[in-house]
Ligand binder design. Sequence first.
Ligand SMILES: *Cc1c(COP(=O)(O)O)cnc(C)c1O
Length: 349
Amino acid sequence: MADEPHTPLRLSLDGSALVENWRNLAALSGPHAACGAAIKADGYGLGACEVVTHLASAGCKDFFAANWQEAHELAPYLVGASLTVLNGILPEDMPFAIASTAKPMLNSPEQVELWRGTGLPCDIMIDSGMNRLGINLDDVPGINWDGLNIDVLSSHLASADEDVVQNSDQLAAFESVFDVVPHKRKSLANSAGIALGSDYAFDLTRPGLAIYGGIPRQQLTGLINPVATIEAQVLQVRSLNAGDKIGYNATRITDRPLRAAVIAIGYADGYLRGYSNAGIFYSNSSALPVLGRVSMDLVILDISGASDLSEGDWVQLPLDLPTLSRQSGLSQYEILTGLGQRYQRNWRN
Ligand SMILES: *Cc1c(COP(=O)(O)O)cnc(C)c1O
Protein backbone atom coordinates (compact mmCIF):
# COMPACT_ATOMS: atom_id res chain seq x y z
CA MET A 1 0.00 0.00 0.00
CA ALA A 2 1.39 3.41 -0.99
CA ASP A 3 1.80 6.12 1.62
CA GLU A 4 -0.51 9.14 1.58
CA PRO A 5 0.75 11.87 -0.78
CA HIS A 6 2.21 14.98 0.79
CA THR A 7 -0.12 18.01 0.82
CA PRO A 8 1.53 21.42 0.15
CA LEU A 9 -1.57 23.33 1.32
CA ARG A 10 -2.98 23.25 4.84
CA LEU A 11 -5.63 24.91 6.97
CA SER A 12 -4.47 25.25 10.53
CA LEU A 13 -7.58 25.37 12.71
CA ASP A 14 -7.66 26.65 16.27
CA GLY A 15 -10.32 24.79 18.26
CA SER A 16 -9.86 27.04 21.30
CA ALA A 17 -10.48 30.17 19.22
CA LEU A 18 -13.62 28.55 17.77
CA VAL A 19 -14.96 27.71 21.23
CA GLU A 20 -13.96 31.12 22.61
CA ASN A 21 -15.84 32.89 19.79
CA TRP A 22 -18.93 30.78 20.49
CA ARG A 23 -18.70 31.43 24.25
CA ASN A 24 -18.46 35.19 23.62
CA LEU A 25 -21.50 35.03 21.33
CA ALA A 26 -23.35 33.01 24.00
CA ALA A 27 -22.52 35.65 26.61
CA LEU A 28 -23.62 38.45 24.26
CA SER A 29 -26.90 36.56 23.67
CA GLY A 30 -27.70 37.31 27.33
CA PRO A 31 -28.62 35.16 30.31
CA HIS A 32 -32.01 34.04 28.94
CA ALA A 33 -31.04 32.84 25.48
CA ALA A 34 -29.24 29.63 24.57
CA CYS A 35 -26.67 29.97 21.81
CA GLY A 36 -26.80 27.52 18.90
CA ALA A 37 -24.52 27.18 15.89
CA ALA A 38 -25.07 27.21 12.12
CA ILE A 39 -22.83 24.49 10.68
CA LYS A 40 -24.15 24.41 7.11
CA ALA A 41 -21.78 24.18 4.13
CA ASP A 42 -19.37 21.95 6.06
CA GLY A 43 -19.12 24.29 9.03
CA TYR A 44 -18.65 27.30 6.70
CA GLY A 45 -15.83 25.43 4.97
CA LEU A 46 -13.79 24.60 8.07
CA GLY A 47 -15.09 21.04 8.65
CA ALA A 48 -18.51 20.49 10.23
CA CYS A 49 -17.68 17.28 12.12
CA GLU A 50 -14.83 18.90 14.06
CA VAL A 51 -16.85 22.06 14.60
CA VAL A 52 -19.74 20.07 16.07
CA THR A 53 -17.40 18.05 18.27
CA HIS A 54 -15.74 21.19 19.68
CA LEU A 55 -18.95 23.16 20.22
CA ALA A 56 -20.93 20.24 21.66
CA SER A 57 -18.26 19.69 24.31
CA ALA A 58 -18.43 23.42 25.10
CA GLY A 59 -22.18 23.02 25.74
CA CYS A 60 -23.82 23.93 22.42
CA LYS A 61 -27.06 21.99 22.07
CA ASP A 62 -28.75 23.41 18.94
CA PHE A 63 -27.19 23.04 15.50
CA PHE A 64 -28.44 24.17 12.09
CA ALA A 65 -27.61 22.49 8.77
CA ALA A 66 -28.89 23.38 5.30
CA ASN A 67 -30.14 20.04 3.96
CA TRP A 68 -30.69 16.36 4.70
CA GLN A 69 -27.40 15.32 3.13
CA GLU A 70 -25.59 17.43 5.72
CA ALA A 71 -27.83 16.06 8.47
CA HIS A 72 -26.95 12.53 7.38
CA GLU A 73 -23.20 13.17 7.56
CA LEU A 74 -23.40 14.91 10.93
CA ALA A 75 -25.77 12.50 12.71
CA PRO A 76 -23.00 10.43 14.35
CA TYR A 77 -21.49 13.57 15.92
CA LEU A 78 -24.73 14.94 17.33
CA VAL A 79 -25.48 12.67 20.25
CA GLY A 80 -27.58 14.59 22.78
CA ALA A 81 -27.87 17.73 20.63
CA SER A 82 -30.63 18.91 18.30
CA LEU A 83 -30.13 19.53 14.59
CA THR A 84 -32.49 21.59 12.44
CA VAL A 85 -32.53 21.30 8.64
CA LEU A 86 -33.05 24.90 7.55
CA ASN A 87 -34.05 24.24 3.95
CA GLY A 88 -37.10 22.25 5.08
CA ILE A 89 -38.70 19.29 3.36
CA LEU A 90 -39.69 18.27 -0.12
CA PRO A 91 -41.94 15.23 -0.58
CA GLU A 92 -38.82 13.29 -1.67
CA ASP A 93 -37.18 14.02 1.69
CA MET A 94 -39.95 12.50 3.79
CA PRO A 95 -38.75 8.89 4.21
CA PHE A 96 -35.30 10.06 5.26
CA ALA A 97 -36.58 12.95 7.38
CA ILE A 98 -39.02 10.76 9.33
CA ALA A 99 -36.29 8.26 10.17
CA SER A 100 -33.79 11.02 11.00
CA THR A 101 -33.04 12.38 14.46
CA ALA A 102 -32.84 15.86 12.86
CA LYS A 103 -35.96 18.03 12.66
CA PRO A 104 -37.07 20.07 9.66
CA MET A 105 -37.57 23.81 9.60
CA LEU A 106 -41.07 24.02 8.05
CA ASN A 107 -41.03 26.92 5.62
CA SER A 108 -44.46 26.87 3.93
CA PRO A 109 -48.09 25.81 4.47
CA GLU A 110 -47.38 22.86 2.15
CA GLN A 111 -44.53 21.70 4.41
CA VAL A 112 -46.76 22.03 7.48
CA GLU A 113 -49.27 19.69 5.81
CA LEU A 114 -46.54 17.22 4.82
CA TRP A 115 -45.20 17.04 8.39
CA ARG A 116 -48.44 17.19 10.42
CA GLY A 117 -49.19 13.48 10.37
CA THR A 118 -45.76 12.49 11.63
CA GLY A 119 -46.20 13.88 15.14
CA LEU A 120 -42.42 14.39 15.17
CA PRO A 121 -40.67 17.59 16.34
CA CYS A 122 -40.20 20.48 13.93
CA ASP A 123 -39.25 24.15 13.86
CA ILE A 124 -41.20 26.85 12.03
CA MET A 125 -39.72 29.65 9.90
CA ILE A 126 -41.80 32.81 9.49
CA ASP A 127 -40.88 35.19 6.67
CA SER A 128 -40.79 38.55 8.45
CA GLY A 129 -39.76 40.54 5.40
CA MET A 130 -36.80 38.91 3.64
CA ASN A 131 -38.86 37.02 1.05
CA ARG A 132 -36.55 34.05 1.20
CA LEU A 133 -37.67 30.82 2.92
CA GLY A 134 -40.49 31.03 5.43
CA ILE A 135 -44.26 31.16 5.88
CA ASN A 136 -45.77 34.46 4.75
CA LEU A 137 -47.37 36.52 7.52
CA ASP A 138 -50.59 36.59 5.47
CA ASP A 139 -50.73 32.78 5.45
CA VAL A 140 -50.23 32.35 9.21
CA PRO A 141 -53.89 32.84 10.33
CA GLY A 142 -55.18 30.27 7.82
CA ILE A 143 -52.88 27.45 8.93
CA ASN A 144 -54.15 24.65 11.16
CA TRP A 145 -51.40 24.10 13.75
CA ASP A 146 -53.12 21.09 15.39
CA GLY A 147 -51.06 17.96 15.68
CA LEU A 148 -47.74 19.73 15.14
CA ASN A 149 -44.96 19.28 17.67
CA ILE A 150 -43.28 22.69 17.28
CA ASP A 151 -40.05 23.36 19.11
CA VAL A 152 -38.57 26.64 17.80
CA LEU A 153 -40.59 29.42 16.18
CA SER A 154 -38.06 31.26 14.01
CA SER A 155 -37.50 34.08 11.59
CA HIS A 156 -34.35 35.36 9.88
CA LEU A 157 -32.95 38.90 9.62
CA ALA A 158 -32.01 40.17 6.17
CA SER A 159 -29.89 43.21 7.08
CA ALA A 160 -28.70 42.74 10.66
CA ASP A 161 -25.21 43.84 9.57
CA GLU A 162 -26.61 47.31 8.78
CA ASP A 163 -28.33 49.98 10.85
CA VAL A 164 -31.60 50.05 8.94
CA VAL A 165 -35.26 50.20 9.93
CA GLN A 166 -35.76 46.77 8.32
CA ASN A 167 -34.36 45.22 11.54
CA SER A 168 -37.03 46.63 13.84
CA ASP A 169 -39.68 46.05 11.16
CA GLN A 170 -38.73 42.37 11.04
CA LEU A 171 -38.69 42.19 14.85
CA ALA A 172 -42.25 43.58 15.00
CA ALA A 173 -43.45 41.24 12.25
CA PHE A 174 -41.95 38.26 14.08
CA GLU A 175 -43.57 39.29 17.38
CA SER A 176 -46.96 39.55 15.68
CA VAL A 177 -47.24 35.75 15.29
CA PHE A 178 -46.27 34.74 18.84
CA ASP A 179 -49.90 34.34 19.98
CA VAL A 180 -50.96 32.50 16.84
CA VAL A 181 -48.28 29.88 16.27
CA PRO A 182 -47.79 27.43 19.15
CA HIS A 183 -44.15 26.95 20.12
CA LYS A 184 -41.76 26.11 22.93
CA ARG A 185 -38.94 28.53 22.04
CA LYS A 186 -38.37 31.56 19.80
CA SER A 187 -35.29 32.36 17.68
CA LEU A 188 -34.43 35.32 15.45
CA ALA A 189 -30.79 36.41 15.64
CA ASN A 190 -27.87 35.30 13.46
CA SER A 191 -24.32 36.55 14.27
CA ALA A 192 -25.04 40.17 13.38
CA GLY A 193 -28.47 39.96 15.03
CA ILE A 194 -26.86 39.05 18.36
CA ALA A 195 -24.97 42.36 18.21
CA LEU A 196 -28.27 44.25 17.70
CA GLY A 197 -29.05 43.77 21.38
CA SER A 198 -31.13 41.76 23.81
CA ASP A 199 -34.47 42.54 22.09
CA TYR A 200 -33.36 40.25 19.29
CA ALA A 201 -32.07 37.31 21.37
CA PHE A 202 -35.32 35.60 22.55
CA ASP A 203 -34.72 31.97 23.67
CA LEU A 204 -32.13 30.82 21.15
CA THR A 205 -29.61 32.56 18.89
CA ARG A 206 -28.24 31.04 15.67
CA PRO A 207 -24.79 32.45 14.90
CA GLY A 208 -22.68 31.05 12.10
CA LEU A 209 -20.15 33.48 10.60
CA ALA A 210 -18.83 34.96 13.85
CA ILE A 211 -18.11 31.53 15.36
CA TYR A 212 -15.68 31.03 12.48
CA GLY A 213 -13.98 34.42 12.92
CA GLY A 214 -16.24 36.66 10.82
CA ILE A 215 -17.07 40.16 12.05
CA PRO A 216 -20.34 41.38 10.49
CA ARG A 217 -20.79 44.30 12.94
CA GLN A 218 -18.26 46.50 14.72
CA GLN A 219 -19.67 45.55 18.15
CA LEU A 220 -18.10 42.09 17.70
CA THR A 221 -14.55 43.45 17.22
CA GLY A 222 -12.38 42.26 20.10
CA LEU A 223 -14.81 39.45 20.96
CA ILE A 224 -14.18 37.45 17.79
CA ASN A 225 -10.80 36.14 16.64
CA PRO A 226 -9.62 34.27 13.54
CA VAL A 227 -10.01 30.49 13.72
CA ALA A 228 -8.25 29.43 10.53
CA THR A 229 -4.82 30.11 9.03
CA ILE A 230 -3.90 29.08 5.50
CA GLU A 231 -0.40 27.60 5.16
CA ALA A 232 1.02 27.12 1.66
CA GLN A 233 4.38 25.74 0.64
CA VAL A 234 6.90 27.51 -1.59
CA LEU A 235 7.33 25.49 -4.81
CA GLN A 236 9.96 27.68 -6.50
CA VAL A 237 11.95 30.83 -5.80
CA ARG A 238 13.25 33.10 -8.57
CA SER A 239 15.11 36.39 -8.98
CA LEU A 240 13.49 39.02 -11.17
CA ASN A 241 15.01 42.03 -12.90
CA ALA A 242 13.41 45.44 -13.30
CA GLY A 243 10.95 45.30 -16.20
CA ASP A 244 10.12 41.57 -15.90
CA LYS A 245 6.53 40.55 -16.60
CA ILE A 246 4.69 38.50 -13.95
CA GLY A 247 1.93 35.92 -14.36
CA TYR A 248 -0.96 35.55 -16.81
CA ASN A 249 -1.45 38.60 -19.02
CA ALA A 250 1.51 40.35 -17.38
CA THR A 251 -0.72 42.42 -15.11
CA ARG A 252 2.40 43.29 -13.11
CA ILE A 253 5.79 44.47 -14.40
CA THR A 254 8.60 44.82 -11.86
CA ASP A 255 10.00 48.31 -11.25
CA ARG A 256 13.10 46.95 -9.49
CA PRO A 257 15.01 43.68 -9.04
CA LEU A 258 13.26 41.44 -6.52
CA ARG A 259 12.96 37.90 -5.18
CA ALA A 260 9.71 36.09 -5.91
CA ALA A 261 8.26 32.83 -4.61
CA VAL A 262 5.63 30.68 -6.29
CA ILE A 263 3.30 29.04 -3.73
CA ALA A 264 0.87 26.12 -3.82
CA ILE A 265 -2.51 27.86 -3.70
CA GLY A 266 -4.77 29.30 -6.39
CA TYR A 267 -8.30 30.26 -7.24
CA ALA A 268 -9.30 26.58 -7.16
CA ASP A 269 -8.62 26.84 -3.41
CA GLY A 270 -10.92 29.81 -2.96
CA TYR A 271 -8.06 32.30 -3.24
CA LEU A 272 -9.90 34.06 -6.03
CA ARG A 273 -8.70 36.48 -8.68
CA GLY A 274 -9.75 39.49 -6.62
CA TYR A 275 -6.54 39.04 -4.63
CA SER A 276 -4.42 39.58 -7.77
CA ASN A 277 -1.89 42.37 -7.07
CA ALA A 278 -3.78 42.94 -3.78
CA GLY A 279 -3.45 40.01 -1.35
CA ILE A 280 -0.70 39.61 1.24
CA PHE A 281 0.79 36.42 2.68
CA TYR A 282 3.18 36.33 5.64
CA SER A 283 6.41 34.67 6.64
CA ASN A 284 6.43 35.14 10.41
CA SER A 285 5.66 38.87 10.52
CA SER A 286 7.11 39.78 7.10
CA ALA A 287 4.46 40.81 4.56
CA LEU A 288 4.68 39.06 1.18
CA PRO A 289 2.48 40.86 -1.38
CA VAL A 290 0.83 38.98 -4.26
CA LEU A 291 2.43 39.81 -7.61
CA GLY A 292 0.31 39.66 -10.74
CA ARG A 293 -2.72 37.50 -11.33
CA VAL A 294 -3.77 34.56 -9.16
CA SER A 295 -3.64 31.32 -11.21
CA MET A 296 -5.76 28.19 -10.69
CA ASP A 297 -3.17 26.41 -8.53
CA LEU A 298 -0.42 29.00 -8.01
CA VAL A 299 0.25 32.45 -6.63
CA ILE A 300 3.46 34.51 -7.05
CA LEU A 301 4.67 36.50 -4.03
CA ASP A 302 7.18 39.32 -3.59
CA ILE A 303 9.45 37.88 -0.89
CA SER A 304 11.80 40.87 -0.70
CA GLY A 305 10.81 41.09 2.99
CA ALA A 306 11.90 37.50 3.66
CA SER A 307 14.59 36.83 1.07
CA ASP A 308 15.90 33.76 2.92
CA LEU A 309 12.74 31.84 1.95
CA SER A 310 13.47 28.79 -0.18
CA GLU A 311 11.67 25.87 -1.83
CA GLY A 312 9.70 23.85 0.69
CA ASP A 313 9.28 26.68 3.22
CA TRP A 314 5.77 27.54 4.36
CA VAL A 315 4.05 30.92 4.19
CA GLN A 316 0.94 31.85 6.16
CA LEU A 317 -2.33 33.69 5.67
CA PRO A 318 -4.39 34.12 8.86
CA LEU A 319 -8.08 34.31 7.90
CA ASP A 320 -8.65 37.82 9.22
CA LEU A 321 -11.95 37.91 7.36
CA PRO A 322 -12.78 41.65 7.41
CA THR A 323 -9.32 42.45 5.98
CA LEU A 324 -9.50 39.73 3.32
CA SER A 325 -12.98 40.86 2.38
CA ARG A 326 -11.71 44.41 1.78
CA GLN A 327 -8.73 43.11 -0.25
CA SER A 328 -10.70 40.79 -2.49
CA GLY A 329 -14.21 42.19 -2.73
CA LEU A 330 -15.54 38.81 -1.54
CA SER A 331 -17.96 38.58 1.38
CA GLN A 332 -16.59 37.06 4.60
CA TYR A 333 -19.02 34.18 4.00
CA GLU A 334 -17.71 33.53 0.49
CA ILE A 335 -14.09 33.51 1.68
CA LEU A 336 -14.85 30.73 4.19
CA THR A 337 -17.23 28.58 2.17
CA GLY A 338 -15.08 28.80 -0.99
CA LEU A 339 -11.99 27.23 0.59
CA GLY A 340 -12.47 23.91 -1.16
CA GLN A 341 -11.20 20.40 -0.61
CA ARG A 342 -7.46 20.60 -1.36
CA TYR A 343 -6.46 21.76 2.12
CA GLN A 344 -5.25 19.32 4.72
CA ARG A 345 -7.37 20.52 7.65
CA ASN A 346 -5.37 20.31 10.89
CA TRP A 347 -7.18 21.01 14.15
CA ARG A 348 -5.21 21.87 17.24
CA ASN A 349 -6.64 22.31 20.76
C1 LIG B 1 -26.97 30.85 7.84
C2 LIG B 1 -28.07 31.13 8.78
C3 LIG B 1 -27.80 31.58 10.08
C4 LIG B 1 -26.41 31.99 10.53
O1 LIG B 1 -26.13 33.27 9.96
P1 LIG B 1 -24.75 34.03 10.17
O2 LIG B 1 -24.95 35.33 9.48
O3 LIG B 1 -23.70 33.19 9.52
O4 LIG B 1 -24.52 34.17 11.63
C5 LIG B 1 -28.87 31.68 10.96
N1 LIG B 1 -30.14 31.41 10.55
C6 LIG B 1 -30.43 31.01 9.30
C7 LIG B 1 -31.85 30.74 8.92
C8 LIG B 1 -29.41 30.88 8.36
O5 LIG B 1 -29.72 30.53 7.11
